[in-house]
Design a protein around this ligand. Sequence first.
Ligand SMILES: O=C(O)CCC(=O)C(=O)O
Length: 296
Amino acid sequence: MTSSLASELETHGIAVIPELLSIDRLEAMQAAFAGRLQHQRWNDFDGYEKTEPFRHMVQDALTLHQGFVDLALHPLVKEALREYLGAGFVLCEAKGWLSLPTRRDFHGWHGDAWYDQSRVSTIPREVKVALYLTDVRSGAFNFIKGSHARQVPRTVRAEEVANVAADRIVEVAGKAGTVILFDTSGIHRQGVPMLEPRRAVFLNYHQPDVYLQAEDVAYYRYHPLLLNAAFLGGLTEEDQGILGFGNKVHYQEHFQRAPAHRGFRRLSSRLFDTKLVLANHARRIAARLRKIVGKR
Ligand SMILES: O=C(O)CCC(=O)C(=O)O
């Protein structure tokens, strides 16, 4: 039997599930995600990454809560992806972000570029499964229906979509818990304006043997998933394959990301070292003073 999600993906490139998770489950996932948004990742605590002004990125979402693993391996999701991507597909990335309110169109129309276009002549399929963690009334995910598998994925200029019929543009406003499956070669964007903060997670699936584009290899974007052992009970062999157990296709030994903001990092590192040294002196002086006062 054909999965109805897979057939929507075939026809439109997008399928929406308004409610897939229980309220309790969703609330626990929202709380786990919120925990990572408390601080920017630094030193001995985890948090969000910031590489652009309007988004706080949360990496490795499967480490946060059982619910993210269960969503990634949800029977409906697996059935649709088995059919649409073919057996052997893997989850290659699991991250989310807080989008900050802005009127800037900083994440405009595009198809996701991910494979090496100089070595791959077809348009290989890739699907993202998005989950809204907040109610989304503005800055919703936008997708042009039927635009998938048509053009090599790239940035699309606003003029190129100016004449697209309004009924082909899906703007997925929805409650927290809304799940969206979309073919990433379809033309899509984060809607503008974003009037309220929006939290969402995006799980990304494709076949593991497709050559990756050089910039993603250099950044080690599709590194083997980071997982939390506590959430990996009861997996089937297929689940283990989807999560990439033992799969070293894109593993890079001794990977070191080229450092950015070198001067700033050196300066902040020195300042922090100085703070630690001063705090240490202050403790020793306080201890001596306590001794002196105690002797009197
Ligand atoms: O955040 C959004 O709504 C857009 C997501 C997107 O463009 C992407 O995942 O490639």
